[in-house]
Design a protein around this ligand. Structure first.
Ligand SMILES: *Cc1c(COP(=O)(O)O)cnc(C)c1O
Length: 468
């Protein structure tokens, strides 16, 4: 027998720096935090320290970690088969999951196409839209372009970076990208110049209609993160905007792709964000929370009309030529099914409502802080935007903290000392706990955020005073 000794915590941290290149991470400044296990909504590191998971392991955990029923579902499936390709074969759990998704997604979404990440689910929708217009009953082959939004985030593949609109993530890859028609982010903060809050929805819909009027003949699809642009910093859309987009895209014969990767699976308080405005998109992408945050499974839901355009004999080559090796992986599908069962058994969405209200109460208290420029909440998605001063020159009438200061990172490092793990988006502190979090844990997260914001912003003010 080989003598293997488990590496020490210190050794793991060293190796993490030495061998492991982390995504979206400045490795020169990276400080390893190595999680060994988890219990419910708590993460436990290699030194035995506990942290409340305040961002659902990057927006995907739903029912907590190591839920006995989710664990059992994977174990049970493991004893049958771990992987069956979906290219020409099928498996009971992937079939059941497809049926369940058709049942729970908005009416008009009749087929599920599986992939293994959010980015691929949206890529699939984008490719389907283009091919649809070539092959549908009354083809419109000129429809080859897309409408996307400033601040949009749809993943990190080349296609998704093309559609994305977060300059800091996307600008450098310019030479590799195709050009969408890009509309300004339909944000409620800051208000565009000369536009009141009441006029906001009509203002943004007017911009869209103008583009559609001019270009609809060349536009295959519009792609939108319904209600909230997550990675942009929890940027929220005004009420009525999403349903207005649906109306306009219908009127101008443009497909609507709803990227529900972040907002879906209960995040906004409803199972899917589109339900909040009774919107029925042509294509809908689901990922992050689909497996309860356990395994990489994503789905692109498509309308019957789109599906039908791909039917024909082998020789006609109308097939959707796309597929990922691990598409419809049975372990993933089994845990996704178990997660959907839990939504019913544990009344996850009903139980979420009082937690959403509690979160709002906490946020009201934080909002008064002199360095909190804006607080945005939609269900269990929260962004707290920190500003250097609440007077100033930016569009919100504030002075932002300089990016180089890394205020978000500083605050989140401090929050860690209070036993809570959060990950910011620039100057925005994100709170996005598992839906199953307890009231007590929720209180802890909000209190830690409030205290840390106060501590860090005061320290910065003090040191500025010393410098001056
Ligand atoms: C996270 C995210 C994606 C990408 O999902 P991955 O699984 O990381 O590829 C796409 N769209 C939105 C809205 C997201 O938040």
């Amino acid at each position: 027998m080989s003598e293997t000794k488990a590496p020490s915590a210190e050794q793991l941290r060293d190796w993490d720096r030495q061998y492991h290149w982390h995504p979206f991470t400045q490795m020169q400044e990276y400080e390893p935090l190595v999680i060994q296990s988890a219990e419910g909504c708590r993460l436990i590191d290699v030194d035995g320290r506990e942290f409340i998971d305040g961002v659902s392991s990057l927006w995907c955990n739903v029912h907590g970690h190591r839920h006995p029923k989710l664990n059992a579902a994977i174990r049970e499936q493991l004893d049958k088969v771990a992987h069956v390709t979906s290219l020409g074969l099928s498996n009971p759990v992937v079939i059941e999951l497809a049926k369940r998704l058709v049942e729970i997604t908005p009416d008009g979404l009749d087929y599920a196409f599986f992939s293994d990440s959010g980015a691929s689910a949206v890529e699939v929708a984008v490719k389907m839209a283009l091919q649809y217009w070539q092959q549908c009953e009354n083809p419109k082959p000129k429809k080859k372009r897309y409408i996307s939004f400033g601040q949009a985030y749809h993943g990190d593949t080349i296609g998704m970076v093309s559609l994305g609109g977060v300059p800091r993530f996307h600008e450098i890859y310019g030479p590799l990208l195709f050009e969408p028609i890009r509309l300004p982010s339909p944000a409620t903060y800051p208000l565009p110049e000369g536009v009141t809050k009441e006029q906001l929805t009509q203002h943004y819909l007017g911009q869209l209609e103008k583009v559609l009027e001019e270009h609809h003949e060349e536009i295959a699809a519009l792609i939108i993160e319904p209600l909230v642009q997550g990675a942009a910093g929890m940027v929220m859309q005004p009420d009525g905007y999403l349903s207005g987009v649906r109306e306009l895209t219908k009127r101008y014969d443009v497909l609507m792709i709803a990227d529900e990767v972040a907002v879906g699976m209960g995040r906004t308080g409803r199972m899917f964000a589109c339900e909040n405005e009774d919107v029925h998109p042509d294509l809908m992408c689901i990922a992050k929370g689909l497996t309860g945050g356990y395994l990489p499974v994503s789905a692109t839901m498509a309308s019957c009309e789109i599906y039908d355009a791909f039917l024909g004999s082998h020789g006609e080559s109308r097939t959707f030529f796309h597929g990922h090796t691990y598409a419809g992986n049975p372990l993933g599908c089994a845990v996704a099914l178990a997660s959907l069962d839990l939504f019913e058994e544990e009344k996850t969405l009903e139980n979420l409502q009082p937690k959403i209200s509690r979160l709002s109460e906490h946020l009201e208290q934080i909002a008064g802080h002199p360095h909190v420029g804006d607080i945005r909440q939609r269900g269990f998605m929260v962004g707290i935007e920190l500003v250097a001063s609440k007077s100033g020159e930016d569009a919100g009438g504030h002075t932002p903290y300089p990016w180089e200061l890394g205020i978000g990172n500083q605050v989140c490092r401090k929050i860690l000392e209070h036993g809570v793990w959060l990950r910011p988006l620039g100057n925005v502190i994100v709170i996005m706990p598992p839906l199953a979090i307890s009231m007590e844990e929720l209180d802890c997260i909000c209190k830690a955020a409030r205290d840390a914001i106060h501590e860090v912003t005061s320290e910065i003010e003090d040191s500025a005073r010393v410098d001056a």
